[in-house]
Design a protein around this ligand. Structure first.
Ligand code: NAP
Ligand code: G4F
Length: 337
């Protein structure tokens, strides 16, 4: 029989790719969306508004990780085989400005969901979106045995969620896993994360719409992979015989400066002529270097990364140039009328 999944954070980068993956595998996919005063379904509109056959397998429900009762009701109604908890206030810099909100959604939200699974009495497997940010100050390479040293309200909340997931596994025998994912990007990445900010900036500079890009710390090193490959690892974790926790990463560390070089060079530009420093993008405490060791995922899940950061920068720059030229063409048509 076809499986059913519930995804929190379905409107985000990973939620959209995971929806596509599960629909391709024949799942019925339920997405939790929160009410917004403006459209927040841009990344999934192509699925939701797709062919009728696909529509019946992709259903959206209004709820919020702040609302535990809504979560229980939703789980009782849907009775999913798998739950993917991708919903979060996921921006590290923002978490310093909104630490309580971040703790509530990114931390307590996970416990509300785990409790809702327990309270509804359903037999479901739970994936928790844990993060390499939890390693924080501990130097690379980081793997499943590296201790956590979180450096932001966001990563503190993720550590709480990580241990809650382990605790529900140990205390109640729940099939609950942590995917400790290192940074992963794509053309659907939020515009305020550094990779997308850079590739979007390249497209706008190339088109003559802006001359400069303002950034913070260029020395930080991240292990940037390709999001569509990472959602495959999430799914594989829930297909195992026993629940466990896995690091997912490429193993390649690249500085923000290097990613700038790749992105600008791909469009035939020199980043030094266009980038300005702005202290407002610095964090009160920074994570200097994250480079993952995904040996366990490779051995036990058979998962291997393909796209590396230079190629990733090219994919994202090309997509942003295409998107901008489509937007400009659309605007020109509207002016003509
Ligand atoms: P994202 O694009 O920022 O998406 C976050 C999602 O969470 C959005 O759908 C957002 O809804 C939803 N959300 C926010 N607050 C919520 C609330 N109160 N109730 C319900 N949903 C809420 O994040 P992503 O990059 O896809 O990442 C997915 C998950 O993996 C996140 O938990 C993130 O922290 C974690 N993670 C990401 C990475 C990475 O490199 N991308 C690495 C490790 C871990 P709206 O669209 O309405 O805002
Ligand atoms: O793109 P970022 O904001 O991503 P960050 O902080 O690594 O967090 C992302 O990855 C985590 C996994 O490790 C996820 F858990 C989390 O949800 C999120 O997806 O920043 C990357 C680096 C930082 O060191 C930052 O200081 O880029 C540096 N940076 C320099 N200038 C900037 C900027 N970051 C942003 N967002 N904007 C800047 O202008």
């Amino acid at each position: 029989m076809a499986k059913t999944a519930l995804i929190t954070g379905v409107t985000g980068q990973d939620g959209s790719y995971l929806s596509e993956l599960l629909l391709d595998k024949g799942y019925t996919v339920h997405g939790l969306i929160r009410r917004s005063s403006s459209f927040n379904t841009e990344r999934i509109d192509h699925i939701y508004q797709g062919p009728e056959e696909e529509n019946r397998s992709f259903l959206l429900h209004h709820a919020d990780l702040a609302d535990g009762v809504a979560l229980v009701n939703l789980l009782r109604d849907i009775r999913p085989d798998e739950v993917y908890n991708l919903g979060a206030q996921s921006h590290v810099r923002v978490s310093f400005d909104a630490p309580l909100y971040t703790g509530d959604i990114t931390g307590l939200g996970t416990v509300r969901l785990l409790e809702a699974v327990r309270a509804s009495g359903i037999d479901t497997r739970v994936y928790q979106a844990s993060s390499s940010e939890m390693f924080g100050a501990n130097p690379p390479p980081q793997n499943e045995r590296t201790p956590f040293h979180p450096r932001s309200p966001y990563s503190v909340a993720k550590v709480y969620s990580y241990w809650s997931t382990v605790n529900y596994r140990e205390a109640y025998g729940m099939f609950a896993v942590n995917g400790i994912l290192f940074n992963h990007e794509s053309p659907r990445r939020g515009e305020t994360f550094v990779t997308r900010k850079i590739t979007r900036g390249v497209a706008r500079i190339k088109a003559g719409l802006q001359t400069h890009l303002h950034l913070g710390n260029l020395d930080a090193v991240r292990d940037w992979g390709y999001a569509p490959e990472y959602v495959e690892a999430m799914w594989r974790m829930l297909q195992c015989d026993a629940p466990d926790d896995y690091v997912v990463a490429t193993g390649e560390g690249v500085s923000v400066r290097q990613f700038l070089e790749y992105s600008f060079a791909h469009a035939g530009l020199d980043w030094r002529e266009h980038v300005r420093y702005d202290a407002k993008y610095e964090r009160p405490s920074e994570v200097d270097a994250l480079i993952g060791d995904a040996t366990k995922a490779e051995e036990l899940l058979g998962w291997k990364p393909v796209v590396r950061s230079r190629e990733l920068a090219g994919i994202m720059v090309d997509a942003d140039i295409r998107q901008l030229s489509d937007q400009l063409a659309g605007a020109a048509v509207r002016v003509d009328r």
